[in-house]
Ligand binder design. Sequence first.
Ligand SMILES: [Zn+2]
Length: 600
Amino acid sequence: MSKVMKREEQRVEDTWNLASIFESDDAFERELKDIEKYLDKGEKFKEGIDSKEMLLEALETEREISEKASKLYVYAHLKHDQDTSNDTYTAMEGRVRSVLVKVNTAWSFLTPTIMNIDEETLNEWAQDDSLKEFKFDLEKLNAKRAHVLSDKEENILAQSSEVTGSPTQTYMMFNNADLEFPDVVDGEGNKHPLSQGTFIDHVKSDDRVRRQSAYENLYATYRGFENTISSTLQGVVSAHAFEASVRGYKSSRHQALSKNFIPESVYDNLVKTVNDNLHLLHKYTELRKRILGLDELKMYDMYTPLVRDVEFDMTYENAKEWMLKSLEPMGEEFTDIVKEGLENRWVDVYENKGKRSGAYSSGTYGTNPFILMNWTDSVNNLFTLTHEFGHSVHSYLSRKYQNSNQAGYSIFVAEVASNFNEALLADYMMKNLEDDKKKMYLLNEQLDGFRGSVFRQTMFAEFEHEIHTMKESGTPLTAGALNKLYGDLNKKYFGDSVSYDDNIATEWARIPHFYMNYYVYQYSTGYAAAQSLADQVLRGGKDVAERYMNEFLKKGSSDYPINVLKNAGVDMTTTEPIENAMKVFERQLNELEALLDKAE
Ligand SMILES: [Zn+2]
């Protein structure tokens, strides 16, 4: 690999055009100064809002100031990420952050003040034409009213949050800062450092000794602290139960899912449908065992790629063509946006010194989307670029067709458009690649992606719900109980082709997501919804593509996430989308098996 260039050595056409946000840093500074003027515009509403005219003015002012603030933030954070070693932009980002805090603090009164308007009056105002842009936001506020407590109680809850948050704090500090692991020893006796970050590289290795060493050393270390970690996990689960109970929710899950108005049946359907299809995961592990040629398939054999040494030679120029071709089933309105992005410098393509690693799609209301990449000519980069364009087009269309208060979208649907794009790309490549080995490589990537996003995350979701239920019924979450529960789930999910050992039973101890209150199931539902939608578009053609554009990509958060998805063709309150996604997995599994038979 040639040496990494400096930021100023990048060709302009390979960088994102931040002058489209502010023409210069001076213009940014002027705007940053200007926003200070807005800070005390909230004062006059603090005493109470007593007419619909006043409510409209408050909502519009707050919307305007948050639009301005996010634009400032996006400019500074992109400038910072393109070269994090540049002190000017580090400082600029810091200054914007503190302005954001000021804005949020200055306007934090608004929701409680609106809640002080009695329900009937607020409902009546919300029906008025003048407030129609905010009608849905107000409806959502009203719906949560039953769980808002008195001012005094809310105050006590706010003050107690430092205490209830402390188990999570303790776990994060322990897991990220204090915990140390013994070195990994590879097949040739060489030592390698082991950390949370390097673990996945070790278990992806084709050196089995190295994989086993990483696996055993990591889990033995966690096992040594299992009582400490079960106690932090018990602490956070208690905190969830406490808040759910004082706010009058039926359970922790009820509260967590109510945040985005997701019915609990969505969760139960997911777990049930995935359980009904575990034979497919078992077939996958059998196939993995066969391809790797092992007598015993262990949990540390689960991540190593089944097909190696495949050269795609994917230059950025080639990748753009593959991506555009693969997205053609979406029609011109869609591909024109992608072309516009490629031509008008939405993408910051190559690595340079100090550039933030990884990839993302960013931007805000009033700017175009921006995509950060660190391109290295790999086929995985092509998938990443296509994934990020999924986010970008979703944001672009939602901002174009919605006001800024409804242009964002909830975490429940956030990964649908991105995974949808990846599914179209995979389909197109499978149809157009000639080399069987390349096809097998892609199928392996698809299957592993599905396994990780749907099966594994649903297993997490099942574990998470079970520990909350145990807590709510008074069963203590001891290390022994957690190991037993997790070990049994792991056996059930991965099946008899895997030679089970006790190490994996402690995996729960290393998963920070269990501290995030019913978060993980959304990886599975989002991924499955995307697979199902892509499959429908590929089979159904233009009308289905249009429905997905109009009912999903353009809708932002103008309706409940479950309704937006339903109107686009996936009803997550039924088992159908998960079942459809399972069929895609099964098809890919059969394709891989057929190619394997052919090669033998
Ligand atoms: Zn994403």
